[in-house]
Write a new protein. Structure first.
Length: 98
């Protein structure tokens, strides 16, 4: 989230106050609603195998999310079309949010 908001700030789509407010809201949502999971060496190894599927064009972070979801049998919900398309190829259920 910080990265996305930093991009919006750099491209003048939001100002510092808007970034701070959005980040505070997100952090509250994360504390109140999200379960933070540990990332293990096994997850990184699985992510590396996923990235080796070059035709999918996955970024490292996306592959890591898919690797954690694989272990948990979780569905990855995303706005990223590439991630949503790549997950099922790798055996991970994804849902593209629109």
């Amino acid at each position: 989230m910080s990265s996305a908001l930093a991009l919006k700030l750099r491209t003048a789509q939001i100002n510092l106050e808007q970034r701070a407010a959005a980040l505070a809201m997100f952090n509250k949502l994360a504390v109140d609603s999200f379960t933070v999971l540990p990332v293990t060496g096994s997850h990184f190894r699985t992510a590396a195998r996923f990235v080796d599927h070059h035709s999918l064009g996955l970024r490292a972070g996306d592959a890591l999310h898919l690797a954690v979801a694989t272990e948990l049998g979780a569905t990855v919900h995303t706005l990223d079309q590439r991630l949503a398309a790549g997950g099922p190829v790798l055996g991970v259920v994804t849902a593209l949010l629109t």
